[in-house]
Design a protein around this ligand. Structure first.
Ligand code: ADP
Ligand code: MG
Length: 268
């Protein structure tokens, strides 16, 4: 690589900048402290999984990342750019609407309950936000949407209604919808938890394919096998703090904290 070439070094620099970085995040709902100083980095092309008991703050952390939730203290950086805030503590809110929109459209969320729009066909669900929010060319979006539906294995369901699909097919449609935004990262909140075991595998396969393509993902999951298979880094959250983190082989193979050992023996 030619370090003297500014375009080359700028590209290398941007590849090293994490897509998401969270530093010392605190979040409360009223008197309930849910996140108590969490720091987390999602490097470009990496999969970071969040595990932990129900109520430990995993969904809240994901929702704070794309500013679906406010937080009271700490920094959120998207591609090295810190979210700008107005006010402090319980009054703190994002200061720049354009920045919020940029961040949200670049961090696409996949929910446990799919959240497809029931009054739109599958194809319309996938096309809706790129056309209506990003104002992209409908013909180009349609071509991309059809290719994504084929990629997740439901190319023949474009004109079906969500209610006509199985849960596994609906979740794959929701993943195609998230990808059609061409986001810099996917935030997946227990994408397989609402599915029967036999339908989980078709969604697991899609997530594995995305990991193999080096998509940046922040994945909340109860599926320890999935976390072990796809993650570059696993974070164990306990009562709003990171209790332990590391590469999956180490974390699952040789957990250090008693709480993580207990959690793993109860779930695996
Ligand atoms: P997890 O996803 O790890 O199960 P959550 O982030 O959903 O945990 O929740 C963490 C804690 O915050 C829980 O005690 C939950 O009851 C509480 N909580 C979550 N959302 C809200 C809300 N909108 N208002 C009040 N409390 C909430
Ligand atoms: Mg949750």
């Amino acid at each position: 690589m030619n370090e003297a070439d500014p375009t080359v070094s700028a590209a290398a620099e941007s590849a090293r900048t994490p897509v998401i970085e969270i530093r010392g995040l605190h979040k409360a709902y009223g008197a309930l402290q849910v996140l108590r100083g969490v720091s987390l980095t999602a490097p470009r092309g990496h999969v970071v999984s969040l595990i932990g008991s129900s109520g430990s703050g995993k969904s809240t952390l994901l929702r704070c990342c794309n500013l679906l939730e406010d937080s009271q203290q700490g920094d959120i950086l998207f591609e090295g750019e810190a979210v700008r805030w107005r006010g402090a503590g319980m009054e703190r809110v994002p200061a720049d609407r354009a920045q919020v929109t940029r961040l949200r459209t670049n961090l696409s969320m996949v929910f446990q309950q799919f959240n497809l729009w029931s009054h739109l066909t599958i194809l319309q669900n996938v096309m809706e936000a790129p056309v209506q929010v990003l104002r992209r060319n409908p013909a180009e979006v349609e071509a991309r949407a059809r290719a994504l539906l084929a990629k997740v294995g439901i190319g023949d369901k474009a004109d079906a209604w969500p209610a006509q699909l199985s849960g596994g097919q609906q979740q794959r449609a929701a993943i195609a919808r998230a990808l059609c935004m061409e986001p810099k990262a996917l935030l997946l909140d227990e994408p397989t938890s609402a599915l029967d075991p036999e339908l989980q595998q078709e969604v697991v396969k899609v997530i594995k394919d995305l990991a193999a393509e080096h998509r940046t993902m922040l994945l909340v999951t109860h599926d320890m096998r999935l976390a072990a298979d796809v993650s570059d880094h696993v974070v164990f959250l306990h009562q709003g703090l990171i209790e332990e983190e590391g590469p999956p082989a180490r974390l699952f193979g040789a957990p250090r904290s008693d709480r993580l050992r207990q959690f793993l023996s109860a779930t695996m």
